[in-house]
Design a protein around this ligand. Structure first.
Ligand code: G6Q
Length: 549
C-alpha cells in the first residue's frame, strides 16, 4: 500500500484539520440544526450518535474517502472470505465464521469450516444441557454448582465480560468464577468458596502451554485430588477448551471432555468459539446462541451498510481523526451500566493487543501514531473519579458513552438519574461553560467582584470535548454480541487504515519467553549476574527477602 501519509485523502485531512481545529462544536450545533440526522447511524436497536465530534460535512467526507483509499472494504471482504490476512502467522482470521448463523460455507484451504463449527456447537449444547439439567453430575452424585474457568488473556477476558454482563440470564444456583493470574492468591481465594464435589474446572487455553494457565490448572487438580482422595474423579471434573488436543490429553483430559477450536481464531477473538463454554454453562446454550446472533447481525451490518452509516467504520474513523490529527493518546470507554464493568478490560486487550504495533504490513516502521491507550470505568462512578481531567485537563480524551435505555433492575428513579447524568456529561463536554455563563452564575450566587475576578478562570469549561453516544434498548445477549462485534470491527478498520496486522501479538509471546528464562534462574535460588545491573540486583534483593529466616 502507498504510504498512509502520502494518500490524497490524508493530505486533504491534514489541510482540513488546520481549518477546523479551533472551531467549537457549540458553534457547529448553532449553525447546523441537522447534525444529529447527519451524524448518527443505527443497527437494530443500537443507536450511535457521533454528532458531538469535532467534524463537519467536509471532515466526514474526507474520513470516508480515507476508508476507501486505504482499502477498508476490500480488506473486510478478504477477512470474511478466509484469506490469510494474518500475515505474520500465515493464517486466516475467521472469528466471524464462528457466529455465521446463515451457515453459508466459509472455506479455509478449500475446506468448508461450517460443519466443524456446527459440530462443536452441538457438542457444547449437549454437554451444557446435561450439566445444567443435572444429568451429568460430580463424581459423588452432586449437582455442579460452580464453574471455574482457568485461562488468561483471550481465554479469560471475553467469557468473563460476557458472564459478568449477562448475570440476569444466569441459571439460578449456577456460579461462574474466572482464574487467570498466576499469582497463587487468585486461585486460592476462589477455591475457598467452592466444594470439589460440585465444581467443574474448565481449562481454557488455545495452545495448552501458557505457563499461568498450566500452573493454575495443576494446582486446581492437586487441590481437587487432595480433598477428594480420588484421582479418577479428575476426569469428571476437568474439561478443556483448546486447539492443542494432544497436550490436553497429556494433562489427563478425556477426549469427550475436550472442546476444540482452530488456529484461525485469534485468542482475543475467541469468545464466540468453544472458549465460550463457561458462558454456555452459566447462561445456557440458547443465550449463547443469541449472543452469536447479535454478533452475526453486526457482521452483516459491517458487510453491507454504506460507510456513512456503518457503525464500526464510523467509530474507527472518529478514532483515527483524534489519534492522528489531534494527537490524542488515549480513548476512554464509559459504560453507564454496572453489568458492563469489565468492558474496559476486555476492550483494552482487543484494541491494544491488536493495534499496539509499530511495524506496518510491509515490514516498515510507521511514522504516525497507531493504536490508542484504552481505558474507562462505569458511569456514574467515573464522574466522581477522573472526569475532572476530561472537563478541564490539558489532554484531549475522546470517549465512547454507552447506556441501555431500560434498566434490568428498576429501583425508584435511579435509572432516570443515571440517564440524566449520561446526557448531561456528553452535553457539558461538548458545550463547555463560557466566561459569561460562569460569571453570571457567580454573580447570581452573590459573590463580590473581587472574588469573582479570582475565581472566574477556574469556573470556565472550554468544552469542545468529543464523545460518541451509544444507546440501546436493554442489555441482553443479542445486543451484547452486537456491541462486542462492533468493537472488533472498529479495531479491524483502524488496523487497515494504519496498515498494520491487527491479528498477531508478538509482544505477548515475548513476555511468555522472558518470564520462562528468568524463572529457571529463580528456581536455582542463587544470586544471579545474568542480566542488567538493575534486574540482577532486584532479583537478588527479592531472593534475599524470600529465603531469609
Ligand atoms: C490473544 C493473545 C493472548 C492469549 C493468551 C492465552 O489474542 O494471544 O492474550 O489469549 O496468552 O493464550 P492461550 O489461550 O494459548 O493459553
Amino acid at each position: 500500500m502507498p504510504k498512509l501519509t502520502n494518500l490524497a485523502s490524508w493530505k486533504a485531512l491534514e489541510a482540513h484539520f488546520l481549518q477546523i481545529k479551533d472551531v467549537h462544536m457549540r458553534d457547529m450545533f448553532e449553525q447546523d440544526k441537522n447534525r444529529f440526522s447527519k451524524f448518527s447511524a443505527q443497527m437494530n436497536d443500537i443507536l450511535l450518535d457521533f454528532s458531538k465530534n469535532r467534524i463537519n460535512d467536509e471532515t466526514f467526507k474526507l474520513l470516508t474517502e480515507l476508508a476507501k483509499e486505504t482499502g477498508v472494504l476490500e480488506w473486510r471482504d478478504r477477512m470474511f472470505a478466509g484469506e490469510p490476512i494474518n500475515i505474520s502467522e500465515f493464517r486466516p482470521v475467521l472469528h466471524t465464521a464462528l457466529r455465521n448463523r446463515s451457515n453459508e460455507p466459509v472455506y479455509v484451504d478449500g475446506e468448508n469450516v461450517m460443519p466443524k463449527i456446527n459440530r462443536v456447537l452441538a457438542q457444547l449444547r449437549y454437554f451444557t444441557e446435561r450439566i445444567r439439567g443435572g444429568h451429568m453430575r460430580g463424581y459423588s452424585g452432586h449437582l455442579f454448582k460452580d464453574v471455574v474457568n482457568i485461562g488468561i488473556g483471550g481465554s479469560d477476558l471475553g467469557p468473563h465480560v460476557v458472564c459478568d454482563s449477562m448475570k440476569p440470564y444466569a441459571q439460578r444456583g449456577m456460579n461462574v468464577h474466572f482464574v487467570s493470574n498466576v499469582d497463587p492468591t487468585h486461585l486460592t481465594e476462589i477455591l475457598k468458596f467452592v466444594q470439589p464435589e460440585s465444581t467443574l474446572f474448565v481449562v481454557s487455553s488455545k495452545t495448552f502451554s501458557t505457563q499461568e494457565t498450566m500452573l493454575n490448572a495443576q494446582s486446581a487438580r492437586d487441590w481437587f485430588v487432595k480433598l477428594t482422595v480420588n484421582e479418577k474423579a479428575v476426569a469428571r471434573h476437568f474439561v478443556a477448551v483448546t486447539s492443542n488436543k494432544k497436550a490436553a490429553a497429556e494433562f489427563g483430559i478425556l477426549d469427550e471432555n475436550m472442546f476444540e477450536f482452530w488456529d484461525w481464531v485469534g485468542g482475543r477473538y475467541s469468545l464466540w468459539s468453544a472458549i465460550g463454554l463457561p458462558i454456555a454453562l452459566y447462561l445456557g446454550m440458547d443465550h449463547f446462541e443469541e449472543l452469536l446472533e447479535g454478533a452475526h447481525d453486526m457482521d452483516m451490518h459491517f458487510k453491507s451498510a454504506p460507510i456513512e452509516k456503518n457503525l464500526p467504520i464510523i467509530l474507527a474513523l472518529m478514532g483515527v481523526w483524534y489519534n492522528n490529527f489531534f494527537d490524542a493518546q488515549s480513548h476512554a470507554v464509559m459504560a453507564y451500566n454496572q453489568y458492563l464493568r469489565r468492558l474496559p478490560a476486555y476492550l483494552q486487550q482487543l484494541d491494544m493487543e491488536s493495534n499496539g504495533k509499530t511495524i506496518n504490513r510491509d515490514g516498515k516502521r510507521v511514522d504516525y501514531l497507531t493504536g490508542p491507550i484504552i481505558w474507562g470505568e462505569t458511569g456514574s462512578n467515573c464522574q466522581h473519579a477522573f472526569f475532572q481531567l476530561l472537563h478541564q485537563g490539558t489532554k484531549p480524551v475522546p470517549a465512547d458513552f454507552l447506556i441501555p435505555a431500560r434498566s434490568k433492575n428498576p429501583l425508584g428513579d435511579q435509572h432516570c438519574v443515571l440517564l440524566s447524568n449520561y446526557f448531561a456529561q456528553t452535553r457539558a463536554l461538548m458545550k463547555g461553560k463560557t466566561e459569561d455563563e460562569a460569571r453570571a452564575e457567580l454573580e447570581a450566587s452573590g459573590y463580590s467582584e473581587e472574588i469573582i475576578k479570582d475565581v472566574l478562570p477556574h469556573k470556565i469549561f472550554e468544552g469542545n470535548k468529543p464523545t460518541n453516544s451509544i444507546i440501546f434498548e436493554n442489555l441482553n445477549p443479542r445486543t451484547l454480541g452486537a456491541l462486542l462485534a462492533m468493537y472488533e470491527h472498529k479495531v479491524f478498520v483502524q488496523g487497515i487504515i494504519w496498515n498494520i496486522n491487527s491479528f498477531d501479538q508478538w509482544g505477548v509471546e515475548y513476555g511468555k519467553q522472558l518470564a520462562s528464562d528468568i524463572q529457571s534462574e529463580l528456581s536455582c535460588r542463587q544470586n544471579t549476574a545474568s542480566y542488567d545491573d538493575s534486574t540482577n540486583n532486584l532479583i537478588n534483593y527479592c531472593m534475599s527477602l524470600q529465603f531469609s529466616d
